[in-house]
Design a protein around this ligand. Structure first.
Ligand code: PGA
Length: 249
């Protein structure tokens, strides 16, 4: 009942020309693919090229971050209004690289999330533990804390579009994928917490993606888990053939 969402996270890769080239190859490979939703989250500089290239297809375009204010003196930031004006529909929020390298906190994740939902964007809110937390047996606590803080003061009614991505930090870009069972367990923790916050009906509809070294070779085993509602794909989404293979798992 939950349609899977397969999302590319390009991170800081590709120019506008490389974006057009990607779509020239990628779109024919996924033409007519209706089983899953597809979104490509690109650097801001590539959004216009992505939207233009994907026009008329079912592939949506997302950003990788968004500010919580509509406009203002915030050098280097992008607002929800700017994304919407371009035609962007999705946005990644709270990716672990932003938490690690750009001082993103649970509080700023919450502010960005609120702004994205109010604007009608589909936020993909990332949570996940680091290796030391997993080894210390703290994974469930970390996930619960990240969810409670990210969803603070959000209502179920206003959060219909919310998507969560479980991305264990130790699996990102490392080639170490969580086993489908480990991922499914973490997804259950997140879904239970979402149930506490938003109610069980909401939690049953909530899509929770897995991210962390998803590749064509492991995508089908991950997607076979009932708890896993899609994927957030970094490295393997840069090549059109490999991303198409993941979409078609
Ligand atoms: P990866 O990145 O697929 O390269 O591990 C996933 C992500 O960071 O979203």
């Amino acid at each position: 009942m939950r349609k899977k969402l397969i999302a590319a996270n390009w991170k800081m890769y590709k120019t506008p020309d490389q974006t057009r080239e990607f779509f020239r190859e990628f779109l024919p490979m996924v033409a007519g693919h209706d089983r899953d939703e597809i979104v490509v989250c690109a650097p801001d500089i590539d959004l216009a090229a992505g939207l233009e290239s994907a026009r008329g297809s079912k592939v949506a375009i997302g950003a990788q971050n968004v500010h919580w204010k509509n406009e203002g003196a915030f050098t280097g930031e992008t607002s929800t209004a700017m994304l919407l004006a371009l035609g962007v529909t999705h946005v990644v929020i709270g990716h672990s690289e932003r938490r690690q390298y750009f001082c993103e906190t649970d509080d700023t994740v919450n502010m960005r999330l609120k702004a994205a939902l109010e604007a009608g964007l589909t936020p993909i809110c990332c949570v996940g533990e680091v290796l030391e937390e997993r080894e210390a047996g703290a994974t469930d606590d970390v996930l619960r804390r990240q969810c409670v803080r990210a969803f603070h003061a959000l209502s179920a009614r206003k959060s219909e579009k919310l998507v969560v991505a479980y991305e264990p930090v130790w699996a990102i870009g490392t080639g170490k994928t969580a086993t489908p069972e480990i991922a499914a367990e973490a997804h259950m923790v997140i879904r239970r917490e979402a149930g506490e916050i938003f109610g069980d009906e909401f939690a049953a509809r909530l899509r929770i993606l897995y991210g962390g070294s998803v590749k064509p070779e492991n995508a089908s085993a991950l997607m076979a888990q009932e708890e896993i509602d899609g994927a957030l794909v970094g490295g393997a989404s840069l090549d059109p053939k490999s991303f198409a293979a993941i979409v078609k798992y």
